[in-house]
Unconditional design. Structure first.
Length: 216
């Protein structure tokens, strides 16, 4: 997804959140800061569209002079606008080290499927078993793609020790959505609202219980 062109006869894809932040195309208010060790849920608008939240920043190391150098950026890449020609869609995780020279790995894609050439399956997606979690044990960071909501893509920033329960709960919610497609009845909506509320307060056990009860 870092290639200038997917196909030579077609236009290039859109630039990353890192580049857009540097150019001032994404304001600080559109970037959610989540520190390692925290658990927080966010819904990201597609990077090629305007939206309230366009990226999550996870700081990893401090400079001696203050401020953060190494950090993760999390963005939602969809086949919209300049990104319509991307080989993949979903949650993209970038690791940034602004202290290195340009062209020497300032931004690296945390490839969800390194076995696929040319970042063909670089994004993390809840509906792909081998691509539904990014775990960094060293920095105490776990990133889990969630369900979509009104055009935005959900993502959970949490810790590796919570990631298994969180992923299980997210998959249960996805199963609930599949069982009860829109339009939904009152009881179905109440069950969905209850399990999502439990998930957002990190009560993953209750979330799974609510889903099991609703699926009976």
């Amino acid at each position: 997804m870092s290639h200038h062109f997917i196909e030579k006869t077609k236009p290039p894809q859109g630039v990353s959140s890192f580049t857009k932040i540097r150019l001032g195309w994404i304001s600080p208010a559109q970037v959610l800061l989540v520190k390692p060790g925290s658990t927080q849920c966010a819904f990201l608008s597609p990077l090629s569209k305007k939206g309230e939240t366009l990226a999550v920043k996870i700081p990893l190391k401090r400079r001696w002079s203050g401020g953060w150098n190494h950090y993760y950026l999390v963005e939602n890449r969809q086949h919209i606008g300049y990104d319509r020609l991307l080989p993949d869609s979903g949650i993209l995780v970038l690791r940034v080290n602004p202290d290195v020279m340009e062209g020497s790995g300032t931004v690296k894609v945390m490839d969800a499927d390194p076995g696929s050439p040319h970042f063909a399956h670089a994004t993390f997606r809840l509906d792909r078993n081998n691509r539904n979690a990014f775990i960094d044990n060293k920095n105490n960071v776990a990133i889990i793609p969630l369900w979509s909501d009104k055009g935005s893509q959900g993502v959970l920033i949490t810790t590796p020790d919570k990631s298994s329960d969180a992923l299980k709960a997210a998959l249960m919610i996805q199963k609930l959505f599949q069982r009860f497609p829109e339009p939904r009845g009152k009881e179905e909506l109440e069950s969905i609202d209850e399990c999502i509320a439990s998930f957002k307060r990190s009560d993953f056990k209750t979330c799974c219980q609510v889903v099991r009860r609703a699926l009976k």
